[in-house]
Design a protein around this ligand. Structure first.
Ligand SMILES: Cc1cc2nc3c(=O)[nH]c(=O)nc-3n(C[C@H](O)[C@H](O)[C@H](O)COP(=O)(O)OP(=O)(O)OC[C@H]3O[C@@H](n4cnc5c(N)ncnc54)[C@H](O)[C@@H]3O)c2cc1C
Length: 377
């Protein structure tokens, strides 16, 4: 009888894992891939949405188009997970897995920050990016703060990218000189793993009069006074506040008992949880890597190799390497790249490739190959 593998969540991690299992083990496993949404959208597409560069429909990859032998996609909402029994309940049925993989990503807790729901905007959700697309054209002067509301958060370069892209967008509309842009980050540099990428971002900030506020987090907004409260007790005035919301595991993960101190702990080599035959990958875990799609993808790859070796009863798969290429939008259509490696050496490294049009093409090719690999036959 074939092994039943149930994957919860069809984001970067779940899609990479399901496509690799299909390629290697289609005759030996039955994979059920469950997601509440009907389509996948790359995290970085939210910038295209927010600045009106692309419409939502164009950037959607529909799960109904997945053609993968051995993989069945179900559009269902996961409502409970029993990791001890590897049993899952959805709004449409129940599943019992031989092997269960949790890849449900991170949710946002907008109300965790006082004043944010009333007075802040965000570009971390599709709805937030769509609201900004409507709102930005009428914003022609004043102070913008792009501020982090808590750690950890997805895609550490994203707030800096938002600032550089906003600068470019406002410039194209001839209103840049009437707008001040500040970026509030919890670290002393924009991307802690890469001093050279950080310096390139700081150089661009200096060139474009973007103010960097290091070592701070925005702890609350005062909607009446329009000031953001920082963790050191100081304030910053804003006319438009773009927050990176507080992140948390989805409620169904919280209720399952899988999370410890907020996130699911995993073995750093093979992403196993403390429950037998239950794995977790991507943003939902506390694996010692940033929350980013490319790390979720490499975790999906590591679990696939581990399961392939286990089911075929052979080989010793390489452990999760915590390595991924991270693309950074600098504006002027240029993209830089950090080749981050968090686990293979004694300390994390992040060599940087300077922004260029070629790397922008490479990022497009990255997305195209993933669409093909995850959805195509
Ligand atoms: C503005 C922005 C820019 C970004 N840029 C980059 C970038 O350039 N590079 C990069 O690597 N990363 C980037 N990211 C981060 C990246 O999008 C995430 O880190 C990545 O999506 C995480 O992958 P994952 O598989 O862990 O989770 P996700 O991709 O979030 O997938 C989780 C899936 O679980 C589903 N789900 C959740 N709860 C339930 C439930 N109860 N029932 C059923 N389904 C459920 C969701 O619908 C979702 O499809 C960016 C993010 C943002 C917001």
């Amino acid at each position: 009888m074939s092994t039943h593998i149930v994957i919860l969540g069809a984001g970067f991690g779940g899609l990479e894992l399901s496509s690799r299992l299909s390629s290697a083990l289609a005759d030996d496993v039955r994979v059920t891939l469950i997601d509440k949404n009907e389509a996948f959208v790359f995290g970085f597409s939210k910038f295209d949405l927010m600045f009106g560069r692309e419409g939502l429909e164009e950037m959607r990859s529909y799960y109904r188009d997945i053609i993968k032998p051995g993989v069945e996609f179900r559009r269902e909402l996961v409502v409970s997970i029993d990791p001890g029994a590897r049993a899952v309940e959805t709004d449409r049925g129940t599943y019992e897995a031989d092997i269960l993989v949790v890849a449900l990503g991170a949710d946002y807790n907008f109300s965790a920050t006082p004043g944010f729901v009333e007075s802040g905007q965000e570009f971390y959700s599709i709805d937030g990016a769509l609201r900004l697309r409507e709102l930005l054209p009428s914003f022609t002067s004043g102070a913008v703060i792009i501020g982090v509301l808590g750690e950890p958060f997805k895609c550490p370069p994203a707030p800096s990218e938002a600032a550089m892209l906003l600068d470019e967008w406002l410039t194209s509309r001839d209103v840049r000189s009437a707008v001040q842009i500040s970026v509030v980050l919890p670290w002393d540099m924009p991307i802690p793993v890469s001093a050279s990428a950080s310096q390139a971002i700081l150089d661009r900030f200096a060139e474009r009069s973007i103010t960097f506020v290091p070592d701070q987090v925005v702890t609350g907004l005062d909607p009446a006074k329009k000031v953001a409260l920082l963790r050191d007790g100081t304030h910053l005035a804003y006319d438009l506040f773009l927050g990176v919301p507080v992140h948390r595991v989805p409620a169904v993960v919280e209720a399952s008992g899988l999370a410890v101190d907020g996130w699911i702990p995993v073995d750093r080599g093979n992403l196993a949880t403390r429950f037998r035959d239950v794995y977790a990958i991507g943003d939902v875990t506390s694996a010692p890597v940033p929350k980013a799609g490319m790390f979720a993808e490499s975790a999906g790859r590591a679990v696939a190799e581990h399961l392939i070796a286990q089911i075929r009863d052979g080989g010793s798969p390489a452990p999760f390497d915590g390595a991924a290429a991270c693309y950074i939008e600098f504006g002027d259509h240029k993209v830089g790249r950090v080749d981050a490696d968090f686990l293979t050496g004694p300390s994390p490294t992040g060599p940087f490739t300077a922004p260029s049009l070629e790397t922008a093409q490479e990022k497009k090719a990255y997305a195209a190959t993933r669409r093909q690999r995850w959805f195509g036959g």
